[in-house]
Design a protein around this ligand. Structure first.
Ligand code: PMP
Length: 401
């Protein structure tokens, strides 16, 4: 493992020289050269696809594709590689659970408890299946600390609760609820738990066994990997009990006009030609990450967010929605619309996000129509913070006139 050095880390990201001041890593991370090389090599040198052909190049690719499952399994401490299903991303992974696991088990009057902090990806699929079944989606409200209020959870769970949906880390506040406790409480009433790891996996890869997580989803592109590849982890007995959601090539062992026999897990959930380039790129990202001191890198991003928060707090009307020492900082400025600020910041080459961050219920709970959000990664540096603060002061001065 190499000792973390912000400068050396940054140099591995060619987009750093072109992306301006990139403070939008919570939306998607920049890609290190190692991932770019692995993906380019796949497209320039590979032949064939996986699980279909006998020629040597295709067999080698299949081996790589399956080995990558093992890398992800170790990353999450899953007991078995077959508990890793390739998906397009977090969104598709959650929709797979909603359609394949929950929908066939959901009865009218059943309940799904969803935290108020969720990204739409961990809310809308539950609303969709609940509507079809006549079930109810129950809100798990935020507490004063902007985390889903664990004290309120026991009263929301009961024998009708089929599932608890909760994010490991909010993409707005950066808050991490007490997952272990929430999972214990849900299991006490016999409910399963879907954890959205889209943000959390980057900052704190979970031990899915220690936490007793039923389902966990994440996207490759936030973890320095390519877009269009993601993962669903599921407990073996849950995946085994699930019918496929999408039908097509290679998800079955036999088919005729009377029906079909699905493949074993996980292949039954991977109909059609998969995103092999995505798997190759994600596996390169995990191998590359393993060479770095993730804890030190994370501390650096958190320090940058703290510094930005401290310096921005001198601006009149600044209000932060950050939880703890997250590397994300969502904020607003009283009396100035976030979209006006972001337009001016863009003119200074500052890339950040403004709006509702696909979390409208959370915005409502925070009492805002939207926020600005800067999200730091270990490739950011002190100059990025300076540039942000300078551009913010300038924008606020202009817009306050
Ligand atoms: N959940 C959270 C917390 C997210 O931040 C995101 C990405 N913005 C998603 C889910 C959805 O991820 P994807 O769009 O990669 O499927």
């Amino acid at each position: 493992m190499t000792i973390f050095s912000p400068g050396a880390f940054r140099q591995q990201f060619p987009a750093m020289s072109d992306a301006g001041i990139y403070l939008d890593s919570a939306a998607t991370a920049l890609k290190p050269q190692a991932v770019i090389d692995a993906t380019a090599q796949f497209y320039s040198l590979s032949a064939g696809t996986v699980h279909r052909s006998q020629f040597a190049a295709a067999r080698a690719l299949t081996e790589k594709y399956e080995q990558a499952r093992g890398l992800v399994a170790r990353w999450l401490n899953a007991a078995d590689d077959r508990q890793i299903v390739w998906t397009r991303g977090t969104t598709e992974a959650i929709n797979l659970v909603a359609n394949s696991w929950l929908a066939p088990r959901l009865q009218a009057g059943d309940e799904i408890v969803v935290s108020e902090a969720e990204h739409h990806a961990n809310l809308v699929p539950w609303l969709m299946v609940a509507k079809a079944a006549g079930a109810k989606v129950v809100k798990w409200p935020l507490g004063a600390d902007r985390l889903p209020d664990i004290a309120q959870l026991p009263a929301l769970l009961n024998s009708r609760t089929r599932l608890l949906a909760v994010g490991q880390m909010s993409n707005v506040t950066g808050g991490c609820p007490d997952l272990a406790q929430a999972i214990r409480l849900a299991h006490d009433v016999g409910a399963k738990v879907m954890v959205d790891g889209a943000q959390g996996v980057v900052h704190c890869p979970p031990d899915v066994q220690a936490l007793d997580i039923d389902f966990y989803a994440f996207s490759g592109h936030k973890l320095y990997g390519p877009m269009g590849i993601g993962v669903l982890y599921g407990k073996a007995e849950l995946l085994e009990a699930m019918d496929p959601w999408q039908g097509g090539g290679k998800m079955l062992t036999q088919v005729d006009f009377n029906g079909f026999t699905p493949q074993p897990v996980p292949w039954r959930f991977e109909a059609g030609t998969p995103n092999v380039a995505g798997v190759v790129g994600l596996s390169a990202a995990l191998e590359w990450l393993a060479q770095h001191d993730g804890k030190k890198a994370e501390m650096w991003s958190q320090q940058l967010a703290s510094l930005a928060e401290e310096q921005l707090s001198d601006i009149a009307g600044f209000r932060s929605f950050r939880c703890g020492n997250a590397s994300l900082l969502a904020f607003d400025i009283a009396g100035i619309h976030h979209s006006d600020i972001v337009t001016l910041l863009a003119e200074h080459g500052i890339a950040l996000r403004a709006g509702q961050h696909c979390a409208q219920p959370l915005m409502a709970a925070l009492g805002v129509t939207g926020t600005l959000r800067v999200s730091f990664a270990p490739y950011n540096n002190l100059q990025d913070v300076d540039a942000l603060v300078r551009a913010m002061r300038h924008a606020v001065d202009l817009l306050s006139e």
